[in-house]
Design a protein around this ligand. Structure first.
Ligand code: UD1
Length: 359
């Protein structure tokens, strides 16, 4: 879709089924590279990045198939696939870097393009490279490609203690997947704690991996010789749920989100309650009702790693704040260039000033 036409002025009311999380589905699609068996994912969301990841896997020779209405997708990565991810596909989606860990762990070599530019900042992959090197990989960057292999005579990566300079979500996922098939124990310090990490760990455990500590800042993985197929349902998308909550709050509506997980959105829900919305969380749903934007008060926040306020909800909450009463201060600490929506909101009449990381 090139254009969305929105005729505003209406409260958004209704019930929505929340999809599977994009940020869980993408690493989980890459995890299917860790075995030659069939892996079936259900609740895979229908969106562009998922289609790109499917193309990336198919381009390597992975057989993929969709099943039915519930977002079913199966994958078979035979021993004969080509462990390469070309620039043409990687440049459109940074998450392609998630193929590096599993390919290297299973095939002993991989060629994955560097991601290239990105709309929300430079987003390097130095930590991914550093961590895999600690596990014994020999990595060079040649002509924009990450060339990774094992030293001569070595069949597998080895366990390592990996301490990243900052908390990285896809980095943690890459290491967890690589470590699942490595020799010995890997300890990830400063690991990301996002629910999508725990969901990927659950899937890997179903495949035979030995993982402990997912959801905390230290994850311990004991490598196994082989992983097998499994069936796994992708966790609900907390960002999609949070987006509907902000939309209903900003328009004075009321929504019920089925399959949503309130415990994954604590920081956002707290701010919505502080603003004056009524939010209820139960088994498999979140509901919100809003007294109208003018009866809400704008809320300040800082984006931080999970369980803090998610950077992926920063723009939506800012849109809510510009409709609410009062001024607020928003600080973006994860990405250096994630205020592109500000000028568009200003064009719509919002009063926002940006100074560095703060709006
Ligand atoms: C993931 C999410 C994205 C979310 C982000 C932060 C997926 C597919 N995407 O992105 O939606 O906005 O987490 O919650 O899950 N960094 C480095 N070097 C590295 C890796 C990261 O400098 O090797 C920096 C990044 O530039 C950024 C910060 O670390 O400033 C966090 O990035 P990271 O957590 O890796 O984000 P992604 O995993 O790319």
């Amino acid at each position: 879709m090139d254009k969305l036409v929105v005729r505003g002025g209406k409260a958004l009311n209704g019930t929505v089924d929340i999809s599977g999380a994009k940020n869980a589905a993408l690493p989980e699609m890459c995890a299917t590279l860790l075995t030659a068996d069939t892996v079936k994912l259900i609740n895979v969301p229908r969106l562009h990045d998922v289609a790109t990841m499917r193309k990336l896997l198919a381009n390597m020779g992975v057989e993929t198939e969709t099943h039915g209405e519930r977002g079913g997708m199966s994958f078979v990565a035979a021993d004969s696939i080509t462990p390469e991810a070309p620039y043409e596909l990687v440049k459109t989606m940074r998450a392609s870097i998630l193929a590096l860990g599993p390919l290297l762990a299973r095939f002993g070599h991989a060629k994955v393009s560097l991601p290239g530019g990105c709309a929300i900042g430079s987003r390097p992959v130095d930590q991914h490279i550093k961590g895999l090197q600690a596990m014994g990989a020999e990595i060079t960057v040649e002509h924009g490609y990450i060339m990774a292999k094992l030293p001569a005579g070595q069949k597998r990566l080895h366990g390592a203690r990996i301490v990243t300079d900052m908390v990285t979500v896809t980095g943690t996922e890459n290491f967890m997947m690589a470590a699942a098939l490595a020799d010995g124990v890997t300890v990830l310090e400063n690991a990301a704690q996002e629910p999508e990490i725990s969901d990927l760990a659950e899937m890997l455990i179903k495949m035979g991996a030995q993982i402990e500590g997912q959801g905390s800042s230290r994850i311990t993985i004991t490598g196994v010789a082989k992983l097998h197929g499994c069936e796994h349902a992708v966790v609900a998308d907390r960002i999609e749920a949070g987006t509907f909550l902000c939309a209903a709050a900003a328009t004075g509506g009321s929504v019920r989100l089925n399959h949503a997980r309130g415990e994954h959105l604590d920081a956002v829900i707290e701010k919505l309650r502080d603003a004056g919305a009524t939010v209820e969380c139960g088994e498999g749903y979140i509901s919100l009702s809003s007294p109208g934007a003018r009866a809400l008060t704008a809320q300040g926040f800082r984006t931080t790693e999970y369980p803090g306020f998610p950077t992926d909800m920063q723009a939506q909450f800012m849109a809510l704040n510009v409709k609410a009463e009062g001024a607020s201060v928003i600080t973006e600490t994860i990405f250096e260039n994630r205020f592109m929506h500000v000028n568009e909101l200003v064009r719509l009449g919002a009063k926002i000033e940006v100074d560095g990381k703060t709006a």
